[in-house]
Ligand binder design. Structure first.
Ligand code: AMP
Length: 701
C-alpha cells in the first residue's frame, strides 16, 4: 500500500524529496562532524521546512531515516533490555604519571617494542552503543552492566549529530552490510547547556542535575523523547564492538572512518610513537581542560593496531591494550558540620562527615566517609573544622584534612560512640581490627541494610523495593531475613502504610499499582543467577566479582557447602581469609535456615550453565578446556598468543592433560602431553584445525 501511494507522488516531488534529504544530511555532516557549516541556520531551517511539508502532503514518502523523523513516540513503561554484540568494558585507570609509565613499560615489555599509541580525550559523558544495519540506525543502547544495556533508540534519534544513515562513502569499508554493526561512543552535554538547564530548573524551583554527566545520562533515559530532543546533547564516537567487521587496521583509522561515516568524532586525537609524546599529550590536555566546551576526566591511551589489541586481550574488567590516564582530582574547602555514624549490614560502624554542600569537580558533595575512628584521628578532623574535600577520581568524595588556622577554639576530639546508634547495644572492637562493630544479632540497622543489599541492583535487583518500603516492612515485623521477601503478598503490599498522610490526615497506602509491580519484581528476582544470590547473601568479603568467581568454580550451593576450607581457598582470588568467612557463613544455623527458605521459595541456588557469570555472556568455547603442546610454526603464533585467543573465545587453557581436557592442540614436535592425550582418548587438534577454530569459533566434532 505504501508503494501505491508513493507512486501517486509525482516524480518531480519524489526527486525533490530525495534532493532535500541529501542536502540536509550533507549540511548536518558539515555542521556536526566537520564543524564547518556551509549554509546559515536560517537556510538550513527552510530546507527542513520544505521537506516536512512535502512529507506531510505525501506521507507514504516518509522513511525512518529521513532527517524529519528524529522525534518518535513514547518509550512505554520500561526501556527494553539490549544485549551488546560484545562486552562493553571499563578501562583500567592510571592515577598519575607514574602509573601511566608503568603501563607504557609493560606494553613495551610485552610486545618487545613500543607500538604506535592512539591518544584520545576521555569524555565524561554516558556510554552509548549504536547499531547500524544496511547503513541505517536500528538501535541505540546504554552500556548498562556491560553485557546488557537499555534500549534508548527513540531518544538517541533526537540527538542531531547521530546520523540516522551512514554516509555512502563509508559503506565499502564494512565487510557485510547486512550484519548489525555496533558502534560505540559517548553522549554528553556541553558545559554551557548544562548550566542553562540547571538555571532553568532552579528558576522553576526544581532540582537540577549534579553534573553534566548525570544530565546526559538522565536525558537519554527520558520516557518522552521530546524531552530528550529539547536537551542539547552531543556525541563523540570512538569504538566498534567487533573490529573484524571493518576493513581497517587500527584505532586511528577507525576514528577517521567514523568521521567519514558521518559521526561526530573528537578532533583532539594523536597517534604517538614515543612515551614522551604520550606524556606531552596528557599534560597538554590537562592544561586545556577548562577551555573545552565539554567535560573530560582524563586521556585514553590505546594500542593502535587491532591485531596487537587482539593479542593483548582483556582482563575480566578492562582491555589490556588501553589505559585511562585520570586527571588529578579537584579540591575545595568546606565546613564539617557534624560527624555521624552509620551501621552497615555487617555491623561495622562508619563515621560519616556531614559537610556544608560544596561543588567539587562539577558535582555537589555533602557527605563523605571517614572510614573509621583511627582515620578520623589520623586526619585530625573535628566538628566545626573547615576541611579540604577532594573528589578522588570520579565519584567518591574524600576529606583530606582540616585547615588548622581556621579551627574554632575548644573543638573537641571526636570519638566513636560506645553504643550502636541504631539499637543501643554496646559496640566492640576486635583485637587487630580498626572497625568498631555492633554484634547484636537483631540490630535493626544491620537487618535492614542486609535486606536493602539483597534487593539492590547488583544483587537480586528487586526493582522498586527501595529503602523506604523495606524499612516499613522491617519495622512491622514482616521482613526479618532475605527469604521473607518471597512470602510478601499483593494484598499486604497494597495495604502497606507508607508512613505518610494525605491532606485529610489519612495514612497513605502503597496501593495496587505499586504492589503489583513489586510482586512481579520479586517474582523476577527468583531467576537471577547463582552468583547474584551469593553476592546478595552479604557474606563478609564476598563482593560482586568474588561471587562470580566462586559461582564459576562452585555453581551450586550444595557444592559450595560441601567444599572444604582448603578447596575454597584454591578458588582464584579467594584465599584463606575469604574461605573462612564463607565457611562460617554457610555453617551458621540461622543462615542454613534462610537458605532452605530461599530454596522453598524457588530462588536460584544453582546455575544450569556454570559459565554464566553475573549477566555474563556465553562464548563459543565456554566450558571447553585446552592444552597446548609443541610449537605453532604455520601461523608463527606464540603459545601465549594462541592462549590469549582461545581465552578470548571463552576457553580455559591449562598446562596439564587430564580426562577432563576437551582438546589438546599439538604443534610441531609435541611433548609428552601428546602421548597422554592419546592414552586418555582426548581429541588432538593440529594447527590447521586450531586456526579454523580461532577463525570461526566452531568447535570441531
Ligand atoms: P571507566 O568507566 O572510568 O572505567 O571508563 C571507561 C569509560 O570511559 C568507557 O566506558 C567510556 O564510556 C568512557 N570513555 C570516554 N572517552 C573515551 C574514549 N575516547 N575511549 C574509550 N572510552 C572512553
Amino acid at each position: 500500500m505504501a508503494e501505491d501511494s508513493a507512486r501517486q507522488a509525482p516524480a518531480n516531488v519524489v526527486a525533490r524529496v530525495k534532493a532535500l534529504r541529501d542536502e540536509i544530511n550533507h549540511n548536518s555532516y558539515l555542521y556536526y562532524a566537520l564543524d564547518a557549516p556551509a549554509i546559515s541556520d536560517g537556510a538550513f531551517d527552510s530546507l527542513m521546512r520544505e521537506l516536512r511539508e512535502l512529507e506531510e502532503q505525501y506521507p507514504a514518502l516518509i522513511d525512518p531515516t529521513s532527517p524529519t523523523q528524529r522525534v518518535g513516540g513514547y518509550v512505554g513503561e520500561q526501556f527494553a533490555p539490549v544485549r551488546h554484540a560484545s562486552r562493553m568494558y571499563s578501562l583500567d585507570d592510571a592515577m598519575g604519571i607514574d602509573e601511566l609509565n608503568v603501563w607504557l613499560d609493560r606494553i613495551e615489555e610485552t610486545l618487545g617494542t613500543l607500538p604506535p599509541l592512539c591518544c584520545e580525550l576521555k569524555i565524561d559523558g554516558s556510554s552509548i552503543a549504536l547499531t547500524y544495519t544496511e547503513g541505517a540506525l536500528m538501535q541505540a543502547a546504554t552500556r548498562g552492566d556491560g553485557n546488557e544495556g537499555e534500549d534508548i533508540t527513540v531518544n538517541i534519534r533526537t540527538v542531531r549529530d547521530v546520523p540516522l544513515k551512514l554516509r555512502d562513502e563509508a559503506l565499502p569499508t564494512i565487510r557485510d552490510l547486512a550484519t548489525p554493526c555496533e558502534l560505540r561512543g559517548e553522549v554528553y552535554m556541553p558545559k554551557k547547556s548544562f548550566n542553562a538547564l540547571n538555571e532553568a530548573a532552579e528558576a522553576q524551583g526544581k532540582q537540577g542535575f549534579a553534573n553534566p554527566r548525570n544530565a546526559a545520562a538522565g536525558s537519554v533515559r527520558q520516557k518522552d523523547p521530546s524531552v530528550t530532543a529539547g536537551r542539547d546533547l552531543s556525541t563523540f564516537m570512538y569504538a566498534i564492538a567487533d573490529q573484524r567487521m571493518l576493513l581497517l587496521e587500527g584505532q586511528y583509522e577507525l576514528l577517521q572512518w567514523l568521521k567519514r561515516a558521518g559521526f561526530h568524532v573528537n578532533p583532539d586525537v594523536k597517534l604517538c610513537h614515543t612515551k614522551d609524546e604520550v606524556r606531552a599529550f596528557c599534560d597538554d590536555s590537562l592544561k586545556r581542560r577548562q577551555d573545552l566546551a565539554y567535560d573530560i576526566d582524563g586521556v585514553v591511551v590505546k594500542v593502535n593496531s587491532f591485531a596487537l589489541q587482539e593479542s593483548l586481550g582483556f582482563t575480566a574488567r578492562a582491555p589490556r591494550w588501553a589505559i585511562a590516564f585520570k586527571f588529578p582530582p579537584e579540591e575545595k574547602a568546606t565546613l564539617l558540620e557534624d560527624i555521624t555514624v552509620q551501621v552497615g549490614r555487617t555491623g561495622v560502624l562508619t563515621p560519616v562527615a556531614e559537610l556544608e554542600p560544596v561543588s567539587v569537580a562539577g558535582s555537589t558533595v555533602s557527605r563523605a566517609t571517614l572510614h573509621n575512628e583511627d582515620e578520623v584521628h589520623r586526619k585530625d578532623v573535628r566538628v566545626g573544622d573547615t576541611v579540604i574535600v577532594r573528589k578522588a577520581g570520579d565519584v567518591i568524595p574524600e576529606v583530606l584534612g582540616p585547615v588548622l588556622s581556621l579551627r574554632p577554639e575548644n573543638a573537641p576530639v571526636w570519638h566513636m560512640p560506645a553504643h550502636c546508634p541504631s539499637c543501643g547495644s554496646p559496640v566492640t572492637r576486635e583485637e587487630g581490627e580498626v572497625a568498631y562493630r555492633c554484634v547484636a544479632i537483631d540490630c535493626p540497622a544491620q537487618a535492614s541494610e542486609r535486606l536493602i543489599h539483597w534487593a539492590s541492583r547488583g544483587a537480586l535487583d528487586i526493582e522498586g523495593m527501595g529503602e523506604e518500603i523495606i524499612g516499613r516492612l522491617h519495622e512491622q515485623g514482616r521482613l526479618h531475613d532475605v527469604a521473607d521477601f518471597y512470602t510478601l503478598t499483593f494484598e499486604e503490599l497494597a495495604a502497606l502504610d507508607t508512613g505518610r498522610r494525605n491532606k485529610d490526615d489519612q495514612p497513605i497506602r502503597l496501593g495496587k499499582t505499586v504492589a503489583a509491580k513489586l510482586v512481579d519484581a520479586i517474582d523476577a528476582s527468583r531467576t537471577r543467577s547463582f552468583a547474584r544470590v551469593l553476592f546478595g547473601l552479604g557474606i563478609r568479603h564476598v563482593g560482586k566479582t568474588m561471587a562470580e568467581q566462586i559461582a564459576a568454580a562452585y555453581p551450586s550451593i550444595e557444592g559450595l557447602q560441601a567444599a572444604t576450607l582448603d578447596e575454597l581457598a584454591q578458588v582464584e582470588g579467594v584465599g584463606e581469609k575469604i574461605a573462612r568467612s564463607i565457611e562460617v557463613f554457610l555453617s551458621t544455623p540461622d543462615n542454613i535456615h534462610v537458605i532452605e527458605k530461599l530454596r522453598e521459595a524457588g530462588v536460584t541456588l544453582a546455575d544450569e550453565a556454570p559459565a554464566h557469570a553475573l549477566g555474563g555472556e556465553e562464548l563459543p568455547l565456554s566450558g571447553k578446556t585446552f592444552v597446548l603442546t609443541g610449537s605453532l610454526v604455520e601461523s608463527g603464533m606464540t603459545r601465549d598468543e594462541a592462549t590469549a585467543k582461545l581465552k578470548a573465545l571463552g576457553a580455559k587453557v591449562t598446562s596439564s592433560v587430564s580426562a577432563k581436557t576437551s582438546y589438546v592442540v599439538a604443534g610441531e614436535a609435541p611433548g609428552s602431553k601428546y602421548d597422554k592425550a592419546i592414552s586418555l582418548g582426548v581429541p588432538v587438534l593440529d594447527e590447521a584445525a586450531l586456526l579454523h577454530l580461532l577463525d570461526t569459533g566452531e568447535v570441531p566434532h
